[in-house]
Ligand binder design. Structure first.
Ligand code: ZN
Length: 315
């Protein structure tokens, strides 16, 4: 059996943001083109994403917000809430497809069809709040996947590891008071979106199940690897998750134009190896990774390749 699934869809390019926008349609195309020309192609289970059932999107977002996005897209609006979130006519449907990719990946892992899965999706999700689009994100794919894993598959606890260079404010807020979902982020700070200080640890029953590692500009990959194999590994061991979800942004790459960390594609490979080892130790290897940022096309494709090589188990 091939242990790693790849969820993708050719329609992800139909979320059009304009040629001058960093979150552009060439991103998923660059990833897929690279994989199709790599020996990895034959080592992956290729899955076509299906649109999310709206009920699962409503589990994480206000119904009025979902309707507002649908109406804006279908009426020809080209941006939402803040100007940074561009949309086109098909964006609502593509956003449902992105959330559906994450849901499909959870299903594939939970039914044993694969051990782990990566979703080459767009638009990204981790900045999307319950009722607000932010930072190129419409629906919070990883948060929807976490809620789905808990409700549909009866999992007790899910650990979300977010290594996008930006703090995943939307995901943190989704689960800030929720003891069943651990949110752990490493990110450049101070930086967009402004949240993610080390003292943000959750509230109420969720106190202690949020963990942030703000990093200064110029931070190199070894510092991130050491966080993952040190305090983050300890947090996973203490939490004993049933599944690990990764908000896999690759914009901490040193070539990325949006941020100022200094990771290489090899660092992402090594961090993935550690995440997979943690999943193997604590939750039967169950790991689902969803694409977030990453805006330098070659660096993005190379980083995803190293990410998937580690998930497949290639050295
Ligand atoms: Zn980002």
């Amino acid at each position: 059996m091939l242990k790693t699934a790849l969820f993708q869809h050719p329609d992800f390019v139909h979320h059009e943001t304009g040629a001058d926008h960093p979150e552009r349609l060439e991103r998923t195309r660059a990833i897929i083109d690279d994989l199709e020309n790599s020996p990895l192609q034959a080592k992956l289970q290729w899955h076509l994403a299906e649109p999310a059932d709206i009920a699962w999107v409503e589990a994480n977002h206000d119904v009025d917000y979902i309707r507002r996005i649908e109406e804006a897209c279908l009426s020809g609006a080209d941006q939402l809430d803040r100007g940074e979130t561009r949309v086109s006519h098909e964006s609502y449907h593509v956003a449902l497809l992105a959330a559906g990719a994450a849901i499909g990946a959870v299903d594939a892992v939970m039914t044993g069809e694969c051990d782990n899965a990566f979703c080459a999706l767009r638009p990204p999700g981790h900045h999307a709040e319950r009722a607000k689009a932010m930072g190129f994100c419409l629906f919070n794919n990883v948060a929807i996947a976490a809620r789905y894993a808990l409700a549909k598959h009866g999992l007790e606890r899910v650990f979300i590891l977010d290594w996008d260079v930006h703090h995943g404010n939307g995901t943190q807020h989704s689960f800030y008071d929720n003891e069943r979902v651990f949110f752990c982020s490493m990110h450049q700070y101070p930086f967009y979106p402004g949240t993610g200080e080390a003292d943000e640890r959750g509230i109420g029953a969720g106190r202690g199940t949020t963990l942030n590692f703000p990093l200064p500009p110029g931070t190199k990959g070894m510092a991130c690897r050491n966080l993952l194999s040190g305090p983050i590994a300890d947090a996973v061991a203490d939490f004993r998750p049933d599944m690990i979800l990764v908000s896999a942004g690759f914009d901490a790459h040193h070539l990325d134009p949006m941020a100022h960390l200094e990771l290489t594609e090899e660092d992402f490979g090594e961090m993935t190896r550690t995440a997979c080892a943690l999943a193997a130790e604590h939750c039967s290897g169950r790991l689902v990774s969803v694409l977030e940022g990453g805006y330098h096309l070659q660096a993005l494709a190379a980083s995803v390749r190293e990410h998937l090589k580690a998930m497949v188990g290639d050295a």
